[in-house]
Structures are given as C-alpha cells and as structure tokens.
Design a protein around this ligand. Structure first.
Ligand SMILES: [Zn+2]
Length: 96
C-alpha cells in the first residue's frame, strides 16, 4: 500500500468509526413518553437514561419501572455497526 493510500484509508475509517459512535449516542438520546400508572402524569424519558436505570419517578414522586426492552435497539445498532465494519473491510481492500 502506498503512503497516500494509507493516509487516505486512515482518514476514511476515522470517519466511519465516529459515525458508528454517533449512532449509538443517537439511540441513547431518543426520547419517549410513558404514563404514570398511578396518576397518569406523562414522564419524558431518554433511551440512554432507562438503559442506565429503568426506574423513573413521575412529577408526583411515584416510582415507575420501565419494562421497555432496549436490546432490540442495541441489536439494530449492532447490525448497522456490522454493516459499517463490512464497509471498512471494503475500503481497506481498495488499497490492495
Ligand atoms: Zn404518578
């Protein structure tokens, strides 16, 4: 691989990697609303927050356990990361 191609590759894969990280962050920042089963207050949540702690409090202090399954979301991110990995390999092979 000549030097120019190596540089080119490093630049391109750096972009690909930060793209994969952005995606994971983007999933974490997705917000949704649930209703408190006690007082029907709307509680706004971010995916990243319930991933860290699935118990939230409504405005009246009721504790609500969120049963949302984030593993499907993670699976989605995993699929995209795999696709990006494949893209990386393709880019890498261009220099050969
Ligand atoms: Zn409540």
């Amino acid at each position: 691989m000549c030097e120019r191609l190596q540089r080119d590759y490093a630049r391109r894969t750096a972009g690909v990697q930060s793209c994969a990280m952005d995606l994971s962050r983007a999933v974490d920042s997705v917000t949704f609303e649930v209703e408190c089963p006690e007082c029907q207050n709307k509680i706004k949540l971010a995916v990243g927050k319930i991933r860290a702690n699935p118990v939230v409090q409504c405005a009246n202090g009721h504790k609500v356990q969120i049963k949302a399954d984030t593993s499907d979301l993670d699976k989605g991110v995993g699929e995209v990361n795999k696709a990006i990995k494949g893209l990386e390999d393709t880019i890498r092979n261009i220099g050969r």
